[in-house]
Ligand binder design. Sequence first.
Ligand code: HEC
Length: 175
Amino acid sequence: MRRGVLIVGLVTIFAGVTALCTLGRVWADNAAAAVDYTKILPADLVKDTPKGKLANPYKDTQADVVAEGGKFLQSYSCSGCHGGGGGGGMCPALTNDIWVYGGDDDTLFRLVTLGSDELQKLGYTRVGRENVVGPMPPFGTIIKSADDLWKILAFVRSKYSGDPAYKFGTPPDQQ
Ligand code: HEC
């Protein structure tokens, strides 16, 4: 009899814990999905997101997104340094397979947001060498939303003209 009560108790506790875990997971998933990139500054998104977890919600095959990104590249004056198509000017090309700190979404988003100096303070180093070496200025509070920056980066990807294997940086198996 006692043992029966104990088992029922244990089963109840187990079911409770399982339910709580599920709830917790659902909540965490929703919290992650709930980031509205149009309402958050790039600087805040970088602060709130652990390293390696930033991923572009857009693809460079989305023509409307790419067109908008190209306009932002001009309006945020990235083109003044990198050229209108991102092909380089007085500053590094964004379209070749040399990535100064790495070519993945997370690194590019952080570089544009924080600028070279802040990025280096966080331990990032130049692993690729472009013709021009200089600091990228921080744009994390100038670009008005993370959404705008993701669109710019989708545009940059769409102009990529290097070796396809290096479009998103050095492939993991070669690092
Ligand atoms: C004042 C000139 C200047 C402006 C304006 C500028 N950049 Fe840069 N950018 C640089 C320099 C210089 C580097 C190289 C950074 C380094 O070596 O630390 C760079 C690097 C980059 C890279 C990495 C390129 C690579 O090959 O790894 C990206 C992506 C980038 N910039 C995007 C942008 C975007 C997007 C904007 C506009 C929001 C912008 N830049 C505005 C000067 C500029």
